[in-house]
Design a protein. Structure first.
Length: 160
């Protein structure tokens, strides 16, 4: 069984990093949309057997969000709110896969990293956010591939 804490936390970090490049009001609206999306996802249950789809969606959203730090002008308000809601929905769905919805209480505070991210951007140290985002993209890409490709040891086979 997979743990839901790491994917949810990485998704929240991947949202917080590009929010350092947007105005504070836009970042706050995006964080609020993420929290609302996570709460909505907890109310909307996915049928069993969709865990691979949920994890793939989570990792793909992490890739997209982490890639947003490389946008030349940052995200606009509508994109930031939409991507925040998307991140919340996937984080909430992932938290339901192992019946530990309380993992969201640990993952959602990582959204507050937008505050130090904003400070880094304002002090011309935004390159650090791009480096961290690139690592998140690499991890999310590898996890997504592992989810899609059957790897020996991850799934039961005919020998068990």
């Amino acid at each position: 069984m997979r743990d839901s804490l790491l994917p949810s936390a990485m998704l929240c970090v991947a949202l917080a990093l590009p929010l350092g490049f947007v105005p504070a009001r836009t970042a706050a609206l995006s964080v609020a949309a993420c929290v609302a999306g996570a709460l909505a996802a907890l109310l909307a249950r996915m049928p069993p057997g969709y865990e691979d789809v949920i994890f793939s969606g989570c990792w793909f959203s992490t890739l997209i969000l982490a890639g947003c730090v490389h946008l030349p002008r940052g995200m606009n308000r509508i994109a930031a709110i939409a991507l925040g809601a998307n991140a919340g929905l996937w984080a909430g769905q992932v938290a339901q896969t192992d019946a530990h919805a309380a993992n969201l209480l640990v993952a959602l505070p990582f959204l507050l990293l937008w505050v130090p991210a904003r400070w880094l951007v304002r002090t011309d140290r935004g390159i650090a956010l791009k480096v961290v985002a690139s690592w998140l993209m690499a991890i999310a890409g590898m996890e997504m591939v592992l989810t899609l490709i059957p790897t020996p040891g991850y799934m039961p086979d005919h020998m068990e």
